[in-house]
Design a protein around this ligand. Sequence first.
Ligand code: 5GP
Ligand code: MN
Length: 315
Amino acid sequence: MKHLDEILQNVKTVGISGHVRPDGDCVGSTLGVLNYIKTYFPQIEVSLYLDPIPNIFKFLRYSDHINSDRSENRIFDLYIALDCGDLGRLGDSAKYFEAAKKTLCVDHHVSNQSFADENVIDPNASSTCELVCRLIDEDKITKEIAECLYTGMVHDTGVFQYTCTSRETMDLGGMLMQKGIDFTKIVDETFYQKTFNQNKILGKALLNSKLYLDGQVNLSVISLEEMAQFDCEPKHLDGIVQQLRVTKGVRVAVFLYENEDHTYKVSTRANDDTDLAALAMTFNGGGHKKAAGFTIQGPLEEAIHLILGELEKNF
Ligand code: 5GP
Ligand code: MN
């Protein structure tokens, strides 16, 4: 595997992006790389393009440098895509990636087809942040970089709990802790803490939930109307599908929320070895075996019927 320093040789401009609707690993890995370049390659002009990020991540250094406006056309010497399984996941940033002179993709999705010039893909890695750790020297990880990378690891492993967590994840997590970060605060304030309205809408989603296929599937939906009622946006719905999953006897949890265009964003989580990445790919989505997502057309009853049909085939 190439070292990030090697990839940055003779590069004057760098663009960085993660996936649409940025989550902890996406924000942590992109800001981790941004902080690294700003710290050790100050001569490089670097830009980070992302959709607006959840407020909980705004304590991370240089989060105020994130640019969500992609109206300008630019050609970067190097474009780095992090935590993206395919080009489409880059959303509005895809044009920068396509126009760049050289591209790098760092990702851990099984569905990743190595779409860049240089690819660092490992589906066994817990998170993209874990892969970023492997690309840089331990002694060059500052406290600020460690905060970014630890945050991403915490989010993609469910605080070092999901099966994607390995000995290497724990070793790297321990190394990052030693950089002087406030790990308790990061876990509490970015992972567990919810606003009052977020807890209310979680409650609503639990009340809406229904069991299907002999209790093997726990499925819930939140409508646009309900989001308005609780003053919530899609980015505030993180964690709902995890709560649906930790229900006794349930094999798969499915959470849908309505998009502005009345399509539905679907999140799935498995307790057993049902392959949700494969399932998501049949709906043009992607992800990991135990956690995947996609977008589906309405009407709602038809969408649920299609999802349950695919799940039944897999059981
Ligand atoms: P979540 O359910 O938390 O949105 O996503 C779970 C996993 O599936 C994440 O790794 C995420 O990147 C991936 N994922 C979610 N939605 C999509 C999608 O529409 N397309 C693809 N390719 N991956 C998705
Ligand atoms: Mn990730």
